[in-house]
Design a protein around this ligand. Structure first.
Ligand SMILES: *Cc1c(COP(=O)(O)O)cnc(C)c1O
Length: 425
């Protein structure tokens, strides 16, 4: 059940009307539901109950400290892609020993920071990275726990910008090179080879590609076992989609169903081929934890009737929500106050000086200037991708908990946007 629903014709987040939030905090504003967030995490945690499993929330989807804090309290680990994200985990009270570090370009400083905080594992993506990490760990008198991100070459059947598991992608080590790369890793004195990981793409509605990737990882674990390289964990990545509400797109598989199928395969393999030995299973979900946890609340500035199109110009823009401009993503737009008036067809666009600055196209909306709209399912890859283009301060973020609202990030002021700059002396 969504925590964003109409009550007496007004869209609410849990118990709070969104027009009240707009009054108090202004627009554009991201509004999150605590209950939705915790419910989404619980779907993973419940399916993992009693198992050696860890859910490492991929915080690039939404890294607000309030979200990290709530998830850390539920026992979440974190999948990070930068040193800055590790500092956020620590600032939010998360446990660095439940952190895995992904990404193709980890710097020496980032490696050092992560080793200082004794993170759970580096997900290494190339041989040069293995050598760099080995050197950095050696210089600190430490051993770095590593996993290799292998590229299982399965087609996730998603948008090309968010498919990551194909041969043509920059991510991971090719499946055919994995064995040699593991041998190299095992020969390096300051690395502790402990796992295998993959991440095949994002916004997957079906779990078949994920289970196919699992089978490939398992095959490699068997091969490595025969070589005397014994892994302690397997990390299947993230990637499960959310329902953006686009007609004809279909709903994603339920988290519990996917994890149930995955654990049945893992259990059968362990019993039949792995000598009953334990293996920890790690997940890196991002979008499926926070996607439907948030909406972007925006106000209509003007309506403009053009020769070919009608434009609904709102105060949110591509700098607040980049997904449509970046991936042609379809996101649902709805009025905060329901109306029975006949609508017109609009392109919903922002004030930024780019034709790519659109949020939704060809939508039937009954709106007038001053009305409030929400963009649904905006909790993932919304605020984290926001920029200050056109010297626009980033939106405020508000978390609703029952009948209460909490400002979890205040709106940036224009002065803050140039406070770090200086003119020539
Ligand atoms: C982005 C990313 C994730 C999260 O993906 P979602 O589709 O949001 O679940 C997980 N792992 C890695 C390595 C990623 O880059």
């Amino acid at each position: 059940m969504s925590q964003f629903a109409y009550q007496n014709g007004v869209l609410h987040a849990e118990g709070v009307a969104l027009n009240a939030i707009a009054e108090q905090y202004g627009t554009p504003t991201y509004v999150y539901s605590k209950a939705q967030l915790l419910g989404n995490f619980a779907a993973y945690a419940d399916a993992c109950a009693g198992r050696d499993a860890l859910v490492c929330y991929a915080m690039k989807a939404n890294s607000n400290l309030a979200i990290l804090d709530l998830l850390a309290r539920q026992g979440a680990g974190f999948d990070i892609v930068s040193g800055g994200e590790l500092l956020r985990v620590i600032a939010a009270g998360g446990d660095p020993r439940k952190v895995i570090f992904s990404g193709v370009g980890k710097s020496v400083d980032e490696m050092r920071l992560a080793l200082t905080h004794d993170i759970l594992c580096f997900n290494v993506e190339s041989i040069p990275e293995l050598h760099r990490l080995n050197e950095v760990a050696g210089s600190m008198g430490k051993k770095a726990r590593i996993s290799l991100r292998v590229n299982p070459n399965v087609d996730a059947k998603t948008h090309p910008y968010i498919a990551t598991g194909l041969k043509a992608n920059k991510f991971g080590v090719a499946f055919s090179d994995a064995l040699d790369t593991y041998r190299t890793a095992a020969s390096l004195p300051h690395l502790d080879v402990c796992g295998i990981d993959c991440h095949i793409g994002s916004q997957l509605l079906d779990d078949a590609p994920l289970l196919e990737a699992l089978d490939k990882l398992i095959e490699l674990i068997d091969t490595l076992d025969a070589e005397g390289i014994h892994l302690h964990h397997l990390d299947i990545g993230g990637g499960l989609g959310v329902d953006y509400g686009e007609v004809g797109e279909g709903a994603p598989v339920a988290v519990g169903d996917y994890l149930g199928r995955l654990f049945r395969r893992v259990d059968a393999w362990r019993a039949e081929r792995h000598g009953g030995k334990p293996i920890k299973v790690i997940f890196e979900p991002g979008r499926s934890i926070v996607g439907n946890t948030g909406v972007l609340l925006t106000r209509v500035e003007f309506l403009k009737h053009g020769e070919e199109k009608n434009f609904c110009i709102v105060d949110a823009a591509m700098n607040d929500m980049a997904r449509p401009a970046l991936y042609q993503a379809w996101m649902d737009m709805q009025p905060v106050v329901q109306s029975s008036a006949a609508g017109e067809t609009f392109d919903v666009v922002g004030p930024i000086c780019e034709s790519g600055d659109w949020l939704a196209r060809e939508r039937a909306l009954a709106v007038a200037p001053g009305d409030l709209l929400v963009m649904h399912t905006a909790g993932a890859y919304g605020m984290t991708m926001a920029s200050n283009y056109n010297t626009r301060g980033r939106a405020a973020e508000v978390m609703v908990d029952g009948g209460q609202t909490h400002l979890v990030r205040r709106r940036e002021t224009p002065q803050e946007l140039f406070a770090l700059e200086s003119v020539l002396k």
